[in-house]
Write a protein that binds this ligand. Sequence first.
Ligand code: AMP
Ligand code: MG
Length: 312
Amino acid sequence: MKTENLGYSQSDIEKAVSILRLGGLVAIPTETVYGLAADATNDEAVSKIFKAKGRPAFNPLIIHVKNIKMAQQYVQWNEAAEILTKKFWPGPLTIVLPSTKNSQIAETARANLPSVAIRMPSHPVALEILRQFNRPLAAPSANLSGKISSTSIDHVLKNLNQKIDAIVDGGNSTVGVESTIVTLTRVPTILRTGFITPEAVSNALGAKIANYDNEGPIIAPGQLKSHYAPKAKLRLDAIDWKQGEKKLGFGDVECDMNLSKGKSLTEAAQNLFNFLHILDSSNPRTISVSPIPNEGIGLAINDRLKRASIQE
Ligand code: AMP
Ligand code: MG
């Protein structure tokens, strides 16, 4: 299949929407990372996402909506959802809630779970597509399952060229790491760290928030240990550099690429996947990475690096 390269003019967006209406796959820009979108109410279309990515069927997808009202059609709203969405939507926060009884979301999209993960993105192009489509979109990250996520169309094409119907170029993703996921089906618990910190979520709720840790029982199916992986091995917390390694630095260090010379964690998150793509493309055996402070958005960066360092 030929993958059509679209921009974000009105006619390009109309084209993308018409492909989605026909049950096709379109990679779309979001502020976190590029998403591989399909009509979330169309079982066959959703199945194509799993096939194109090589994603295991047990790993549910995040459902993207144009506003809070649309979300309320598909999930059972509660007070915590009200507070968090008022504060953080549109933006990089995904909430998990029980599905409504007659929800039209395809079972494949939620991997047959009784709950749904849902978010309203803030990227203007994603929002415009959602408004015109006027239905929810299932959209995991636009990369092969387990591989480095995509923050630009180059990354998407490297993974998915000729496997999807179209790609909409909306520039580089500004956040750079996936959304924070918090489940509200139980005591609010962070399932995945992201740009919105556990602290910010707990401050908004006025309550302590539990943190899912990988040693505990699995409460979210897709929490795969190995994820975001380059071909190279990753050596984390490197305080010295070894010969032959590619060096991904942070702060005032000599290296091949620097996530943020000025030690900005926001800048480091923006650069993370792009720099991993670039360093990995010269096929080094190892990429070594400077220590990243484990606070704020650094929690999300370290989570991604740790999973990326685990080889399947
Ligand atoms: P992504 O791979 O970025 O699309 O993120 C999808 C992730 O959201 C999954 O791997 C799960 O960890 C989480 N998720 C999606 N749906 C649910 C759900 N119903 N319950 C718990 N976690 C979910
Ligand atoms: Mg992903």
